[in-house]
Design a protein around this ligand. Structure first.
Ligand SMILES: *Cc1c(COP(=O)(O)O)cnc(C)c1O
Length: 407
């Protein structure tokens, strides 16, 4: 089954209870069981069923199954937001004294969370570059996890996932990959050797900018040796240990479940993922080439001038995402450019149906140190563009006009 068909027919058929063709919204807190025995059996996991929406809900489960199917995972757990997914997946593994090694230039919310981990006795070390050797150089005997994003934002760097998964596994640790920016349509990290895939469903998976959500997909190869990973001592069931603990401890105890309404809206958006991304990536490529032809300092993995072009081409199958950046010389010129755009909206998120622009240095990197900004490729003259679904000619004209007004 090809991807666009899988989106619609892969993991979801008409609702068993009613025949409803779309996944119904089960907007309920709790679920009734006929007898006390049934309730006891559902609680004990001996009988399939639902008890309470914090633990699971049919609408949320449908989304978990669909995205798990698209990623080729062993199972998935949905969370209230992308940040809940990231934080809970990491804390499902790490204990005090452990270390995590990450790529530089991570999503701002993630690097801010990583800073906070110091309070829990967890050390985060950043690789100085993108090569596997750069990661190996900062790994120690305490390293328990490698963490990267498929395309850094706004640096637009693309790590070699196969090389990093080899490195991680040679050290007996898992590779976590945030696939928010590329989605399973462009990249399926598990197939390249990753062990856990993270998503903010608030972005391209939903695609309409109408709800916040997150999701963690687990692969089925990493063994989670309980001697090395102490949190799995009570959940030692081989490759499924991570998933079982994530459901039983992280979403159930910490309580950051996805709201059924958000799962419902995200599921509607997901139906059109491939259609939207075909259009968006084609427009982004066109705009990037246009900017390059006009002499602007544009960065996009789809351009041969990007140092990541070859690896991006290999990992993403000839599509390079919705995000591109421009360097306009000064902060004043960057601001003037943003202020004279007509269609591209000045908004801080990504993955919307509309084209969005942002000046990262004065917004999402406002509190970052100079060193963090350097690692993330954030300069004062940088503008981030996230391409949407508008007519490509209108966008071209809008950007040309804004560029031509710069002095
Ligand atoms: C937005 C984003 C997140 C956080 O997701 P929220 O849903 O906003 O909490 C994490 N990682 C990446 C790459 C993102 O773009």
């Amino acid at each position: 089954m090809k991807f666009a068909t899988k989106l619609l027919h892969g993991s979801f058929g008409p609702d068993a209870a009613t025949g409803s063709v779309t996944q119904p919204l089960y907007q309920t807190s709790a679920f009734y069981q006929e007898t006390a025995e049934d309730m006891a059996n559902v609680f004990a996991g001996r009988k399939p069923g639902f008890v309470y929406t914090r633990v699971n809900n049919p609408t949320v489960m449908s989304l978990e199954r669909r995205i798990n199917g698209l990623e080729g995972g062993a199972g998935a757990v949905a969370f209230a937001s992308g940040m809940t997914a990231v934080s809970h997946a990491v804390l499902n593994v790490l204990s005090s004294g452990d270390e995590l090694v990450a790529s530089g230039g991570l999503y701002g919310g993630t690097s801010s969370f990583f800073r906070d981990l110091a309070h829990y006795g967890i050390t985060v070390r950043y690789a100085s570059g993108d090569r596997a050797e750069d990661f190996a150089a900062v790994m120690t005997a305490r390293t328990k996890l490698l963490y990267v994003e498929t395309i850094g934002n706004p640096k637009l760097d693309v790590p070699d996932l196969a090389a990093l998964s080899e490195l991680a596994h040679a050290h007996g640790v898992p590779l976590f990959v945030d696939n928010t920016v590329t989605t399973p349509y462009l990249c399926q990290p598990l197939s390249l050797g990753a062990d856990v895939v993270l998503h903010s469903t608030s972005k391209a998976l939903n695609g309409n900018g109408n709800s916040i959500g997150g999701l963690v997909v687990s692969g089925n190869r990493f063994a989670w040796d309980p001697k090395r990973f102490e949190k799995f001592r009570d959940y030692a069931c081989g490759p499924l240990s991570f998933l079982v603990r994530l459901r039983m401890r992280m979403v159930t105890d910490y309580g950051g479940c996805m709201a059924p309404m958000n799962a419902y809206l995200t599921g509607i958006g997901l139906d059109t993922l491939s259609l939207r991304l075909d259009r968006i990536t084609a427009t982004a490529q066109l705009l990037a080439e246009d900017f390059a032809a006009s002499g602007a300092a544009v960065n996009y993995p789809g351009l041969a001038s990007s140092p990541y072009h070859a690896i991006a081409d290999k990992q993403f199958g000839g599509r390079f995402g919705a995000m591109l950046t421009l360097r306009l010389g000064t902060k004043e010129r960057a601001f003037a450019f943003i202020n004279s755009l007509r269609y591209a909206l000045n908004v801080s998120n990504i993955g919307d149906a509309r084209t969005l622009v942002l000046h990262p240095a004065s917004t999402i990197f406002l509190h970052a140190s100079e060193e963090e900004k350097r690692a993330a490729g954030v300069t004062d003259d940088l503008v981030r563009i996230n391409v949407g679904l508008e007519d490509p000619d209108d966008l071209r004209e809008d950007f040309h006009h804004a560029l031509s007004r710069l002095t």
